[in-house]
Design a protein around this ligand. Structure first.
Ligand SMILES: [Fe+2]
Length: 220
């Protein structure tokens, strides 16, 4: 038997559909498409893990204050049931963000030209609720390096874990050391929407969030 690689990426997944209201997925997708702000970002944040050949990427994001106003039930779940599930994934007490701007964001990809920036997280637990499904072969999977301290998508691809989004699945992980990005969608008319939620812990509090990150992500 081979010895498992201690650095291999670990994630937890729940089927959260029983916690969600009727028609939640189409509601979230329509809200995201109506409210997302497009930005051209340079991958220069302290959390960026792009290769040197990449000088800009397009992002489509709905900031947390807009989510709080338009989808208050989603913010409620973040602060209650989703937090309780996140807590089952770590022994440290978890806290939701006090700043709505990055507590809950909606990240959108449209068509085959976009992909989410390669980066590491600054928070100890990230929660992702998928609002759209992207089976293997259709693009849109989360690609996470199994090694730590890697830069660039080709290096990440060399040894990675791929998480294929399924609508209603809620995943949690600590990706502070494992660089990750979202693969482009294959179809030119495809749409991907994910609810991204930040949780914090005493050993990695909200106050340690990098100062440049809100501007970088376009959620100031
Ligand atoms: Fe991330």
């Amino acid at each position: 038997m081979s010895i498992p690689n201690a650095s291999m990426f670990l994630w937890h997944s729940f089927d959260a559909r029983s916690l969600l209201p009727v028609n939640w997925a189409s509601t979230v997708v329509q809200f995201a498409l109506a409210n997302a702000t497009q930005r051209l970002i340079a991958p220069t944040s302290v959390t960026s893990r792009e290769g040197e050949e990449i000088d800009s990427l397009i992002t489509l994001t709905v900031g947390g204050q807009t989510v709080r106003q338009g989808l208050p039930w989603l913010f409620d779940l973040y602060e209650t049931a989703f937090k309780d599930l996140a807590q089952r994934c770590t022994s440290e007490p978890l806290f939701v963000a006090s700043d709505d701007r990055y507590g809950v964001n909606l990240n959108v990809q449209r068509g085959s030209e976009m992909r989410y920036e390669a980066h590491v997280d600054s928070n100890p637990v990230e929660g992702l609720l998928y609002a759209t499904s992207h089976p293997e072969g259709t693009g849109g999977e989360l690609v996470v390096s199994n090694n730590i301290n890697t830069f660039g998508i080709s290096t990440i691809d060399n040894n990675c874990s791929r998480i294929y989004p399924a609508a209603g699945h809620l995943v949690f992980f600590d990706a502070r050391k494992h660089a990750h990005y979202v693969a482009p969608l294959r179809a030119t008319d495809a749409i991907r929407v994910v609810v991204a939620m930040n949780f914090y812990a005493p050993s990695c509090p909200e106050s340690a969030r990098p100062a440049d990150l809100n501007r970088h992500l376009g959620i100031e």
